[in-house]
Design a protein around this ligand. Structure first.
Ligand code: FMN
Length: 517
């Protein structure tokens, strides 16, 4: 390339970057970091003295924040912002702030709370003694650092002189029953600030779950060194189930019939014993299927006394729901999931083994759809870079299907797996997208490739210039897959080639989104 051509290219890319910055800034001001629309007229509420701020990765805290903001609007204007949008200026004009924050990694903030954490939780230089606040901390009690980020937020704000109006509330996102109870306490507190208790309180243990039938199950990685990765296809037994690319399926898992029979035999109990639990009649085997049998190791009562067996069973908590990124859009006519059969230290994972091995074709699962606006599609006129690995193809596939439906051709897939022979998942479908022009760029990496072993993050470095060009033309980057193994390395590479401030700006503008686990 001649020198003048080179210079022209540099000028063109610089102009595109400048335009991108303006665009990010505009997006940033226009909407929150997830591209989620504020409740009606909330954008004009910048003068509101009440703030609801959320830090949310998969949308649960966001949903609760939206509900809380609506409830508080009964008392006057409310600002609803992702935590990263909360700065000195916002805090200075806020009298009452309600924070709803989940926890990720090892007690870390979700993506849209990172910047706030870096800025305010490591130092207490600014003082907010005028501020009264409360924290609703979301987490999962199975994690060692339960609700840790919510607690850090509470401690950090207190360190800045802000005054808590009540102690932080902990909410275990996996426990629907406890969730209803905690949310009731949260809204009772909010009521003292003039909030209306919402007519629809958070969903109870069984509410909204519907039966979906397993239509087919296919192993995607025959002969792989890794655990089996399965493509499950479900059909709904009701009409008008709606979701969109990026949404989540919540499933109540069960123990397999084999496992329940073995457990009953091990404890010398009669599996056909009929029990009445919370007004419902079930056999012991049916009840065992719903319980977390790994939670306790307690001897069963002698004999088959119904009351004693019921009391013993009640020591075992109900199995917690599992969440899966939906791998299809409704227009495909079915709901697809990708499930990796898990096995830790030789112990098979309950849900993945049940779904991946034991559930029979035509059997039903109890499933509910959950919207995840933080991973919904970008505006339809934006190019997309989709990055992922393994079962993370699920979260990307729905978007690719939606892009094809919307006749958007400017899609680029960077995807990593183990071996080109055994792990080349959805080979035909990807070829079809390529042949029909919906995937003009694709970079597949295989970490066990004998000639060119590489991870998807390596492909980012190799394609740095193209990524810069795509980003400069306004592309959104969507990442789905393992948080530690892949997404954190991808994030590091993106920051290395684009710079921290641009990556943060993209994230703030909803142009860098992650569905990671
Ligand atoms: C990869 C990953 C790491 C997590 N780490 C923690 C943790 O350290 N502590 C905790 O209490 N919860 C942890 N959780 C659970 C989430 O905080 C919980 O699911 C929460 O309800 C998610 O809310 P959100 O959808 O608003 O992000 C983790 C979840 C995932 C997927």
């Amino acid at each position: 390339m001649a020198l003048w051509e080179r210079s022209l290219l540099v000028v063109a890319v610089s102009i595109l970057y400048a335009l991108l910055w303006v665009y990010c800034l505009w997006q940033f001001r226009r909407r929150d970091s997830g591209g989620v629309q504020f409740p009606a007229n909330a954008e004009s509420q910048s003068a509101a003295s009440v703030l609801v701020a959320y830090a949310s990765q998969s949308g649960i805290a966001l949903g609760l924040a939206q509900q809380s903001a609506s409830a508080l609007q009964a008392a006057g204007p409310v600002r609803l912002l992702p935590l990263d949008r909360v700065n000195d200026e916002v805090l200075a004009s806020t009298k009452h702030a309600f924070f709803i924050a989940s926890t990720y990694g090892e007690g870390e903030p979700p993506d849209n709370g990172n910047r706030f954490a870096r800025r305010y939780l490591n130092s207490d230089s600014s003082q907010f003694s005028h501020l009264k606040f409360a924290v609703l901390a979301l987490g999962d009690s199975a994690y060692q650092h339960f609700c840790a980020f919510g607690h850090k937020l509470h401690a950090g704000l207190s360190g800045h002189g802000a005054e808590p109006v009540f102690a932080p509330l902990e909410l275990d996102g996996n426990d629907d029953t406890a969730k209803a109870d905690v949310m009731q306490r949260w809204y009772q507190q909010l009521q003292t600030f003039g909030a209306d208790i919402p007519s629809q309180m958070p969903r109870g243990a069984k509410a909204d779950y519907q039966a979906w039938r397993l239509e087919s199950r296919q192993v995607l990685n025959q002969g792989s060194l890794g655990e089996p990765l399965l493509h499950l296809r479900f059909s709904s037994l009701q009409e008008n189930d709606q979701w969109q690319a990026g949404d989540v399926a919540e499933i109540i898992p069960r123990n397999s019939a084999k496992r329940c029979a073995e457990f009953a035999a091990q404890h010398q109990l009669d599996g056909s014993l009929v029990l009445s639990i919370q007004g419902e009649s079930r056999s012991l085997l049916e009840e065992l299927a719903r319980r977390d049998l790994t939670a306790k190791n307690i001897a069963a009562p002698d004999g088959n006394d119904v009351n004693a067996v019921t009391a013993w069973l009640n020591e075992f908590p109900l199995l917690a729901k599992r969440e899966y990124s939906i791998a299809s859009i409704p227009q495909s006519g079915c709901l697809d999931l990708l499930v990796r059969v898990q096995c830790t230290d030789g112990v098979p994972g309950v849900a993945s083994n049940w779904l991946g091995v034991h559930l029979a074709i035509a059997d039903t699962v109890m499933l509910r759809l959950r919207s995840n606006p933080l991973f919904h599609a970008p505006a339809s006129n934006i190019p997309m870079i989709l990055i992922g690995n393994g079962s993370g193809f699920a979260g990307l596939r729905g978007h690719l299907q939606a892009r094809k439906l919307a006749a958007r051709h400017d899609n680029w897939l960077l995807f990593g797996e183990r071996s080109a022979d055994a792990d080349r998942i959805f080979k035909d479908e990807i070829a079809d997208w390529q042949n029909s022009g919906y995937l003009p760029r694709i970079d597949l990496t295989f970490s066990r490739d004998p000639n060119q072993p590489a991870y998807v993050q390596d492909a980012i470095l190799v394609n740095a210039e193209s990524i810069k060009t795509w980003v400069a033309t306004g592309a959104a980057i969507y990442v789905c897959g393992s948080r530690e193994g892949m997404a954190s390395a991808v994030d590091r590479q993106l920051r290395a080639i684009l710079g921290d401030s641009l990556v943060d700006a993209l994230s703030g503008a909803g142009l860098y989104r992650r569905d990671v686990y």
